[in-house]
Ligand binder design. Structure first.
Ligand code: SAH
Ligand code: DHB
Ligand code: MG
Length: 210
């Protein structure tokens, strides 16, 4: 983290629900790759400011971003979270419940591309998307989000800088190439208005034009 990122994080006291997630990730041998603290706070703000009530998360891990997203919900809203690994979804659900948000969330276990295809087939719609699963899948996830979005929906994606690999021309692996293509699409797709924040590991924020 940069000094500036450490400074802004230090302004905030520790958050018991989110600390519990981090401890739970270690306890279950899961990776510490939750969304950054600053972007977690931003997720809560974006959900609240947009008034979104039907949230879709792609990539649950231990529920850190799920807690941040669900905290932004107002009465009646809910979060659907797609996660490849059943044990991870179970851990995430536990942490959501411990944070008092268990009633707000449902999990669909399996490859997100299959879950997304099913959601399109079922005619589901969402007004907020958080893309944070395998980076090779980002373009497909954006396409599905556009199919599932109501006009004005918000689409957020984490890790668009890949800890420096995105801007390192010597890196040409599939995840890096996919994220570069994703970023170019976010910036230029006529159906979207967007910005890309370069702090932490980079965050793309778009709205689907009405
Ligand atoms: N959003 C979480 C972090 C997600 S880490 C947070 O900030 O708290 C990425 C997650 O995506 C991991 O849990 C991983 O198991 C999941 N994942 C990877 N490939 C996937 C796929 N094809 N479909 C669904 N989930 C996937
Ligand atoms: C990493 C970080 C993430 O937030 C994520 O979703 C996937 C991977 C990482 O730092 O490797
Ligand atoms: Mg991430």
């Amino acid at each position: 983290m940069s000094l500036n990122e450490e400074y802004v994080d230090s302004l905030y006291g520790s958050d018991a629900d989110l600390e519990r997630v981090k401890a739970g990730l270690d306890a279950h041998g899961m990776p510490q790759i939750s969304v950054s603290e600053g972007y977690g706070r931003l997720l809560t703000m974006l959900v609240r400011m947009s008034g979104a009530s039907r949230l879709l998360e792609i990539g649950a891990l231990g529920g850190y971003s799920g807690i941040c997203l669900a905290r932004g919900l107002q009465n009646g809203g809910s979060l659907l979270s797609l996660e490849l690994l059943k044990p991870y979804a179970d851990v995430a659900k536990r942490h959501m419940t411990d944070a008092g948000l268990g009633e707000r969330v449902d999990y669909r276990v399996g490859d997100a591309k299959e879950s997304l295809a099913a959601l399109v087939h079922e005619g589901c719609q969402f007004d907020f998307f958080f893309i944070d699963a395998d980076k090779e899948g980002y373009l497909a996830y954006l396409d599905y989000a556009l199919q599932l979005a109501v006009p004005g929906a918000v689409i957020v994606a984490d890790n668009i800088l890949l800890r420096g690999r995105t801007t390192d021309e010597t890196k040409q692996g599939p995840a890096v190439q996919a994220v570069r293509a994703f970023n170019a699409r976010i910036a230029t797709d006529k159906r979207l208005k967007s910005t890309v924040l370069p702090g932490y590991d980079g965050l793309a924020i778009a709205i689907v034009k009405g």
